[in-house]
Design a protein around this ligand. Structure first.
Ligand code: ASP
Length: 358
């Protein structure tokens, strides 16, 4: 072979070899890109355990620890479901179940008392993918009202059931009806008694329920709520409460009202509210946040702060929301001294807070 024939051959091999490598590299980069896409599957979860005049000076270290521990237990349970590819609705309900079963929160076991010394519980859920929703109001014998809200959503033609009818439905669907004494906690009973004492001594009996009285307004902390985004990009939200201490006349607050206490839409965000329910109903707080995102294209944080710090505050309402958007951004907005709250992202970073300026 002549010298330049050998050279041509060598160049040929070199070109062939490098093309192969480029091909391999391309394949590699394709593979790693798709791995990256899988790995960036975003998800997240955010919870609240009620908002109000929650001040450090009124809190013992052990009570603070108890709240922190329970918030952590609840959010970790939901996070694990999401991390394993479970759906947002399941994460929301299982997380809320843990808080409903704790006497610390005004939901399930720790529900506040009505004027008639009963416990009337409200709850709602919403699925951001289908915009399907379920709610129950004024139930007295359901251990975990959030589960019944899910049942209404999935297995009835309705969105909201109330009182005895909701319990008949529950029984038909195989729910256990528990003895209402399950909801008795000394702490909640005593806070009702203090309010009744105040009513006797200071308030005019003919007036309507005076929620403006701080003793009444601030004695109902602990409605619970959760919003979650799963790996499939689905959003869900849920809220569960005992309502407000000393409520009468089968009063129903915002927690079971879709659009006020709970809202979820895959196109925007999932929201759960807590606070003085009448104002959240009038302000349609949860839906308003979603609507600002949907119709005005604003981000979650801006929408949440506009609705809570301006609209709700101008109306005279107090409370807050937790929310997560379709990209996993979180908002925890409130206009009270504190809100029990926590969030956890796809990387497992956990934030737990109670007071305002933390
Ligand atoms: N929003 C609830 C209600 O008005 C109470 C609360 O969240 O603290 O029933």
């Amino acid at each position: 072979m002549k010298k330049n024939q050998i050279l041509t051959l060598l160049i040929g091999f070199f070109v062939l070899f490098s093309c192969k490598n480029v091909e391999n590299d391309n394949q590699k980069s394709e593979i790693s890109e798709s791995e990256v896409i899988e790995n960036v599957e975003n998800f997240g979860i955010v919870i609240h355990g009620g908002a109000g005049t929650i001040l450090k000076k009124n809190m013992t270290d052990s009570l603070e620890q108890a709240y922190t521990d329970k918030l952590e237990e609840a959010i970790r349970a939901g996070h694990e479901i999401l991390a394993n590819g479970g759906d947002a609705m399941e994460a929301v309900t299982k997380t809320i179940n843990i808080m409903e079963d704790s006497p610390l929160f005004n939901a399930g076991k720790g529900a506040v008392f009505t004027h008639e010394e009963r416990n009337e519980l409200d709850a709602s859920v919403m699925d951001g993918k289908t915009l399907n929703a379920g709610a129950v109001a004024g139930v007295q014998r359901i251990k975990n009202p959030i589960d019944l809200a899910v049942e209404v959503m999935n297995n009835s033609d309705h969105v909201m059931l109330s009182g005895q009818g909701a319990e008949v439905f529950a029984q038909e669907k195989g729910f256990e009806l528990i003895d209402p004494s399950y909801f008795y906690t000394e702490r909640r009973f005593q806070s009702l008694q203090r309010i009744k004492e105040r009513e006797k001594t200071e308030l005019d009996h003919d007036t309507k329920v005076t929620y403006t009285d701080p003793l009444i307004k601030d004695s109902k902390f602990g409605t619970v709520g959760c919003a979650a985004l799963d790996k499939n990009g689905n959003l869900a939200a849920g809220t569960s409460t005992g309502g407000m201490t000393n409520k009468r006349w089968n009063r129903i607050g915002d927690s079971p009202i879709i659009g006020a206490g709970t809202y979820a839409n895959n196109a925007t965000c999932a929201v759960s509210s807590t606070g003085w329910g009448e104002y959240f109903i009038r302000g349609m707080v949860a839906h308003d946040i979603s609507a600002m995102m949907e119709y005005k294209g604003v981000g979650l944080q801006e929408a949440a702060s506009e609705v809570i710090q301006k609209k709700l505050t101008d109306l005279g309402g107090t409370g807050g929301i937790v929310a997560i958007d379709h990209q996993g951004n979180i908002a925890m907005e409130f206009n009270t001294a504190g809100m029990y709250r926590a969030h956890m992202n796809a990387d497992g970073e956990l934030i737990i807070r109670i007071y305002k300026d933390e």
